[in-house]
Design a protein. Structure first.
Length: 128
């Protein structure tokens, strides 16, 4: 079973700038599966594909289409190799940390259904 993501309000203190309601908060999610990498990738892709998409120029200046649900946005997950997928959960506003924690648990559940032994590393990136 993968480690659960634990909500961390001290994350608001991470980074070179002070956090505000306008700060963009990003959780990087690294999913590694020794034996069922394709299944994990397929499950995460299916979850992402089912969400509505749009371009969000404020949070993603490049203008690519990103998935969204609730208070979060989800750039397209990246397959690093046959065993590893990297995804991101991005939010902004007063409840950014709570929203990210909710979707982190949802993503963990999806990955664990594909591989009960999936290894997940949660990285709280500095806000911008």
């Amino acid at each position: 079973m993968a480690n659960r993501y634990e909500l961390n309000y001290d994350w608001s203190k991470l980074g070179p700038t002070e956090w505000t309601d306008f700060s963009v908060v990003t959780l990087q999610v690294d999913l590694h599966s020794h034996h069922r990498g394709a299944a994990v990738r397929s499950a995460i892709d299916g979850w992402w594909d089912a969400m509505p998409k749009d371009a969000e120029s404020e949070m993603f200046p490049v203008g690519e289409e990103v998935a969204y649900d609730g208070g979060c946005r989800f750039p397209d997950p990246v397959r690093v190799n046959d065993h590893h997928v990297t995804a991101w959960i991005v939010s902004q506003g007063q409840d950014a940390f709570d929203s990210i924690a909710h979707y982190a648990e949802e993503m963990r559940g999806i990955a664990e259904k594909a591989d009960p032994d999936v290894i997940i590393t949660w990285t709280e990136l500095p806000h911008r």
